[in-house]
Write a new protein. Structure first.
Length: 284
């Protein structure tokens, strides 16, 4: 859509906690410039899709400032957590970004879809997107902010209304309390995984998403472990009581549990863990 093609996108290597390595970013920028490419934008992620890892945004932002590059922060899933005082650290450096996306439809109880886009440079978007034909010219043209000037859509739904209702209904503190509870439950689940000799954690869990897999003591054949986890996920999901998603981390099949539902309580997480353990026992 940007017209830069797949070859215009570079992936920056990540460390063993799945965080972008700032030095690799600097190297890539230099290399690109030496090869007559013109880097213009860096996308950092707070809460990556697979592992919910947090890129070192502050260091990345410093590089972007020095190199005069637009910094976009993708916090679609996890950005909501920055509402919680003790989770504010996850937004370190985000204040230096040029733009930021947070999706209330991911983890703030809002029916799909609702993405929040923030930018410190709305005029740049306006220059790119504004195109006002005669039939859309109005007397308020110069005084009203028209959202059609800031994106590709002209007609759009009044999405802000449902966000307004959610904030009014739960209150900011009500939302924070619920998110905090999700994180507590996620950490509880992560600890169960860590303490069990037949399971292992596949990534840090800074929020309420836990990446794990079954890895029974003594089983060291990777393809066997993969098959076991595929079957475990399938059997658990077939019960309809719980939905485990999956990803690949360092080439290894990884199961994911994400606690973010409005009505998810401790009991459900306890039951989930029971079901996962008993299913593994059956498979063994
Ligand atoms: C879900 C997700 C997206 C996609 O968001 P949508 O607005 O739902 O399409 C982008 N980035 C991250 C990190 C996500 O978790």
């Amino acid at each position: 859509m940007l017209g830069i093609g797949i070859e215009g996108v570079r992936k920056i290597p990540a460390d063993n906690e799945f965080k972008m390595i700032p030095e690799k970013l600097s190297e890539a920028i230099k290399e690109d410039r030496n090869n007559s490419w013109r880097p213009f934008c860096v996308v950092a992620t707070v809460g990556t899709t697979s592992a919910t890892s947090i890129d070192p945004v502050n260091e990345i932002a410093n590089i972007c400032q020095k190199e005069n590059l637009w910094l976009h922060v993708d916090a679609a899933h996890a950005g909501i957590a920055a509402m919680i005082p003790e989770m504010k650290y996850t937004f370190n450096g985000v204040e230096k970004a040029d733009s930021l996306v947070v999706n209330p439809h991911k983890w703030m109880f809002t029916p799909v879809d609702l993405s929040l886009f923030y930018t410190r440079k709305p005029d740049v978007l306006k220059r790119a997107f504004s195109l006002v034909p005669e039939y859309l010219k109005t007397n308020e043209g110069d005084t009203a902010e028209n959202l059609m000037d800031y994106g590709i859509q002209l007609g759009r739904r009044f999405r802000a209304l449902k966000l307004w209702f959610i904030i009014r209904y739960f209150g900011v503190n009500g939302i924070i309390e619920r998110l905090r509870e999700h994180i507590r439950l996620g950490q509880m689940f992560a600890k169960w995984i860590d303490d069990h000799s037949d399971f292992e954690r596949m990534a840090p869990a800074p929020f309420s998403t836990v990446c794990f897999r079954a890895h029974p003591a003594g089983m060291n054949n990777e393809s066997k472990i993969e098959l076991l986890n595929e079957q475990l996920m399938q059997r658990v999901n077939e019960t309809g009581k719980l939905f485990i998603s999956h990803t690949k981390l360092n080439g290894k099949l990884t199961l994911r549990i994400s606690i973010s539902g409005l009505r998810t309580k401790e009991k459900h997480v306890v039951d989930a863990w029971q079901l996962i353990q008993s299913t593994l026992s059956e498979l063994m």
